[in-house]
Design a protein around this ligand. Structure first.
Ligand code: SF4
Length: 76
């Protein structure tokens, strides 16, 4: 799998704890960084493909990723 997108991640060097908030309400700081990230879509697809359970990936919380997976299943 090509992981070169990670080199361009806006979250490189940022405290990883930000990306593992205690609740969705605390996810805004991480999402704000993802909003500025050039590789957001690649990151999100990686998390979806790998069923990443925890943390913010591609600007989406765990709950939001589950929703995306459900929606894709429905429209597949
Ligand atoms: S989308 Fe967010 S979590 Fe993914 S690489 Fe970019 S900044 Fe990091």
């Amino acid at each position: 799998m090509n992981l070169s997108w990670r080199q361009r991640a806006a979250c490189r060097g940022v405290d990883p704890d930000i990306f593992y908030p205690a609740s969705d309400d605390d996810a805004e700081p991480a999402k704000a960084i993802c909003d500025q990230c050039d590789v957001r879509q690649a990151c999100l697809e990686f998390a979806l493909a790998n069923r990443e359970r925890d943390g913010i990936w591609g600007g989406a919380t765990e709950r939001e990723r589950r929703r995306i997976i459900r929606q894709r299943r429905k429209s597949a």
